[in-house]
Design a protein around this ligand. Structure first.
Ligand SMILES: [Zn+2]
Length: 65
């Protein structure tokens, strides 16, 4: 079983997976705070772009009812 609340992200650099909550916010000082969403991999520090839920639904296609 997987927790539905926590999404996992596959790191684009080291290919390891981590829970989105474990991603370190890298844009604390970024003026786009709240707009850009980056999750830093806790394993290697690579900054992964987090796909918003609404965009993820778009890319998957609205096939699930
Ligand atoms: Zn990584």
């Amino acid at each position: 079983m997987t927790a539905s609340a926590a999404r996992t992200i596959a790191c684009g650099f080291c290919a390891r997976e981590f829970v989105e909550d474990q991603g370190q916010p890298v844009c604390r000082s970024c003026p786009l705070t709240g707009v850009c969403r980056m999750a830093r991999c806790p394993h290697c520090g690579y900054e992964n772009a987090v796909v918003p839920a609404w965009l993820e639904r778009l890319t998957r296609g609205a096939s699930d009812t």
